[in-house]
Design a protein around this ligand. Structure first.
Ligand SMILES: [Zn+2]
Length: 69
């Protein structure tokens, strides 16, 4: 008997079969909307975990652009 691994998508709450080749823990189904939403969520989480990083990066970029002129 085949063991079908089914997971529940954290975005749309629909059951899906994770793709074997992805080594990362797959938490969303393959729908584009769900993947985009997950990307948004992880980016938000990352920004919360790394406060000031994007801000510092922005200033760095800005000073680089100003230095070119
Ligand atoms: Zn989904």
């Amino acid at each position: 008997m085949k063991s079908t691994l089914t997971k529940i998508c954290v975005i749309c709450q629909q059951p899906f079969h994770p793709v074997r080749r992805t080594k990362q823990r797959q938490t969303v189904c393959e729908q584009v909307a769900c993947r985009l939403q997950r990307k948004k969520n992880t980016q938000q989480q990352w920004c919360q975990n790394n406060p000031g990083y994007s801000k510092g990066r922005y200033h760095e970029l800005k000073s680089r652009i100003q230095a070119r002129r």
